[in-house]
Design a protein around this ligand. Sequence first.
Ligand SMILES: NC(=O)c1ccc[n+]([C@@H]2O[C@H](COP(=O)([O-])OP(=O)(O)OC[C@H]3O[C@@H](n4cnc5c(N)ncnc54)[C@H](O)[C@@H]3O)[C@@H](O)[C@H]2O)c1
Ligand SMILES: O=P(O)(O)OC[C@@H](O)[C@@H](O)[C@H](O)[C@H](O)CO
Length: 383
Amino acid sequence: MKATHFGAGNIGRGFIGEILFLNGFTIDFIDINDEIIKALTEKQEYMIKKSGNAEERIHIENVTGINSRENPEAVIQSIAGADIITTAIGPSVLPLIAELIARGIQQRKTAKNQQPLDIVACENMIKGSSFLGNEVKKWLGKSDMAYFNKYIGFPNAAVDRIVPAQSNDDPLSVTVEPFREWLIDQTACKQTSIKLEGVEYVSSLQPYIERKLFSVNTGHATVAYTGAYYGCHTIIEAMKHPKVLRQLENVLKETSALLLEKWGFDQEAHAKYTSKVIERFKNPYISDSIARVARTPIRKIGYDERFIKPIRELKSYHLPYEHLLEVTVYLLKYYDESDSESVKMNQLLNTNELSKVIAQFTGLKDCELVEEIVVSYLTVGNH
Ligand SMILES: NC(=O)c1ccc[n+]([C@@H]2O[C@H](COP(=O)([O-])OP(=O)(O)OC[C@H]3O[C@@H](n4cnc5c(N)ncnc54)[C@H](O)[C@@H]3O)[C@@H](O)[C@H]2O)c1
Ligand SMILES: O=P(O)(O)OC[C@@H](O)[C@@H](O)[C@H](O)[C@H](O)CO
């Protein structure tokens, strides 16, 4: 069995690679980072270190790398022979790999390959695989569509494991937290004979992806932006700051109220879920930077993302969202000169009418809500 995986970065090597390897797949990692690709091609193996109260090492083998910029034909061949395709490259990069995937699908069609193929986007994004599917379609012709619709699935997924930026001497080895959760929408799978051990197949993904995004990721981003506001540089440092911890607890109370109201999660089970999230952020054995968790703030303030979606839904349920609103302002005040989105956000905020820029970033048509953010922005001081 062979997997083609796009994105040999932190979660790609540190989680998706683990599950695919443990299920007996050989893996072609596709990336544009030459150092990683060269190392994968030469070594064909790497180490995952799970760091928690106990330490566990997993030796991953049967892997190789392909640089998609230098060798697109090899990527197309890999897709043509793959039993599963996965991605972990970041939502904004998905459109950039769509053409290669489309060409791989056309190759399968030309070869009369009748094996169904699922393409699973493992990104922090609602309906990431569906989005990728629509991008791939743009590169296909009318004559490809019958084959595409019959054999190619884009099941949505939610993946959860904290994998910080790595600073090991070996560019391939990766330190991860022990916790892992990977859910796939089984109703959209075309290849029903593949059931990955370590993956939970669910018949309705939306409640779970929202639970993950609005607990783990809203919470994580809360720690990062509030922590940055109070001068912290790492997640651990921020978690030790009483104001950051209180902010996290308050934000999780708000998103929990939404998740319970909207999806009917069991209150007790959900409280356990959020306590576990807080405990994971306190893991002293992994070192995560605020810069990584706060990265790409324009994406994170988007309409369907971790702050604006819960805020607008809480508003529609007449439930409180003041702490989410406050963190949204910390996000807007966040600045990292090495993050191009942060630089752009800062530039636009300083040179344009505030309400227009906020409406543009958030996609909000609700002028009242935009105004609330503006007022809060002007009220919260620069720290
Ligand atoms: N790290 C985590 O804790 C974590 C957990 C769950 C989900 N995610 C999600 O997984 C995705 C990847 O996150 P990450 O932390 O692994 O990021 P990362 O930066 O470590 O990895 C992304 C990889 O994609 C590669 N890439 C960029 N453009 C490419 C292209 N055009 N073609 C092929 N490869 C390309 C990069 O070189 C990099 O190796 C994001 O959507 C993130 O939200 C991350
Ligand atoms: O990957 P992002 O930029 O969407 O979010 C940063 C972190 O919150 C995220 O990577 C978490 O570590 C991960 O989602 C945990 O499962």
